[in-house]
Design a binder for this molecule. Structure first.
Ligand code: B12
Ligand code: SF4
Ligand code: SF4
Length: 347
């Protein structure tokens, strides 16, 4: 079984990128402990608990020789949030629009694993992960030649940009490695200067506790009051540091009609008010088998309330007053609604 055979099969299964990284303790893996020590992981305690395994894939699978890194483009033809005028749209991060990438990519990886096992024999050890495994995916992707880690901390491929899901198969075969990708950010700092919250505290260093993706998705409790205004109309996640990146200026090459990443109707181009007026049951149904199910309806309402207050959008504030769905009575959601109505009176 060779690296080129695996790459050819990965392409047939729908992966846009496939490269091989050596299963080694690459030097960039060391940034992780420093990053955690600075508190940049916030309440994502699972990261700290798995820090030892994240330091080297051989701590996850001692027989590992190679990491087969895979990239899947998820861009579709909808406009960037930075192209939308006004602040009444409910902005939802592009990665969460369509089918749950964990499910779609896991299926493709399972097929690839089976195929490799079929060719290499039953003794080969293979461990596939997409996103949720104890692996620093960006570092291995960079060493596999999929792209470089940009100043916004995303992996950027010179031909495809950074709208790419990463996944990998840790593998006991010693496959021919690819040359690592080289940094092509140069003197650019558009992502750093455009971040609405200053979360990119230094080039290549992101403080999650300031990042809207963390505040609107990962954070389970209240959004800190002093950070609510900066949420603007970001209802779920944030794409600004990728949208401004010159490497993402090209339109998607995928045929959007067949793409699993197209937005679901409930979330496609909706305003804050329209989304707030959508019944809980419909929101829940639309989140099923999408990455948005991670945050659920309550956290989405919490975020929408903050957006209404931060933007002082009259329709959205009107919707907050009118609608009485069960999740609006949740104590956390109710507190954010009160904040929004109070905050808007001061504007
Ligand atoms: C925790 C996490 C988050 C956190 C923290 C993100 C972060 N930048 O650390 C939050 C919730 C904020 C987040 C947000 C997003 N995430 Co996220 N996230 C993860 C997760 C689970 C772990 C990342 C991690 O270990 N962070 C810790 C830091 C230290 O590691 P790192 O990000 O790899 O950073 C490297 C560099 O910054 C560099 N570095 C660090 N310090 C320094 C200093 C110097 C001087 C230098 C040179 C380099 C350097 O080395 C680091 C590696 O050690 C990964 C999946 C995984 N298992 O890897 C997905 C992952 C990174 N996320 C992903 C996505 C899609 C997103 C969002 C786009 C979602 C959204 N739209 O809302 C945003 C993007 C925000 C951004 N600019 O990063 C994708 C990224 C794909 C890509 N092309 O890069 C991943 C890989 C998931 C996947 N399987 O596709 N995410
Ligand atoms: S995702 Fe948004 S908030 Fe987070 S670093 Fe990028 S621009 Fe800043
Ligand atoms: S916006 Fe510029 S600095 Fe930031 S990741 Fe893209 S090329 Fe690098």
């Amino acid at each position: 079984m060779t690296a080129s055979e695996i790459k050819a099969r990965a392409a047939e299964l729908g992966f846009d990128l496939c490269g091989i990284a050596p299963a080694a303790a690459h030097k960039e893996l060391d940034f992780f402990t420093e990053w955690l020590a600075r508190g940049y992981g916030g309440e994502m305690h699972y990261l700290g608990r798995s820090a030892e395994r994240r330091a080297d894939v051989r701590a996850v699978m001692p027989s590992a020789k190679s990491v087969i890194c895979l990239g899947t483009v998820y861009n579709t033809d909808r406009p960037y949030s930075t192209e939308l005028a006004g602040r009444s749209s409910a902005l939802i991060a592009r990665y969460a629009w369509g089918e749950d990438y964990h499910e779609v990519i896991q299926q493709r990886m399972d097929s690839l694993v089976q195929w490799i096992r079929g060719g290499a024999g039953p003794d080969v050890e293979l461990r596939p992960y997409v996103d949720t495994g104890p692996v620093q995916e960006r570092v291995y992707a960079q060493y596999a030649g999929l792209g470089w880690i940009g100043k916004n901390t995303c992996v950027i491929n010179p031909d495809l940009g950074s709208w790419i899901f990463l996944s990998e198969i840790i593998c006991s075969l010693a496959l021919e490695p690819d040359p690592p990708s080289l940094d092509q950010c140069g003197t650019c700092r558009l992502c750093i200067d455009s971040c609405p919250t200053g979360a990119i505290v230094d080039p290549y260093v992101l403080d999650s506790t300031r990042c809207l993706s963390y505040l609107t998705i990962e954070l389970k409790g209240d959004i800190p009051i002093d950070q609510r205004e900066s949420v603007g109309n970001h209802a779920y996640g944030c794409d600004v540091c990728q949208e401004v990146c010159p490497w993402n200026a090209q339109p998607p090459s995928d045929d959007p009609a067949g793409s699993p990443w197209l937005p679901r109707a409930t979330f496609d181009g909706r305003s804050l008010a329209e989304l707030w007026r959508t019944p809980d049951a419909d929101l829940r149904a639309a989140m099923k088998h999408s990455a948005m199910s991670r945050a659920g309806v309550k956290r989405l309402r919490r975020n929408l309330a903050v957006c209404a207050g931060a933007t002082a959008d009259a329709d959205a504030l009107g919707a907050l007053r009118d609608v009485d769905e069960p999740t609006c009575d949740d104590p956390m959601v109710a507190e954010h609604i009160h904040w929004a109505l109070d905050a808007s009176e001061l504007k």
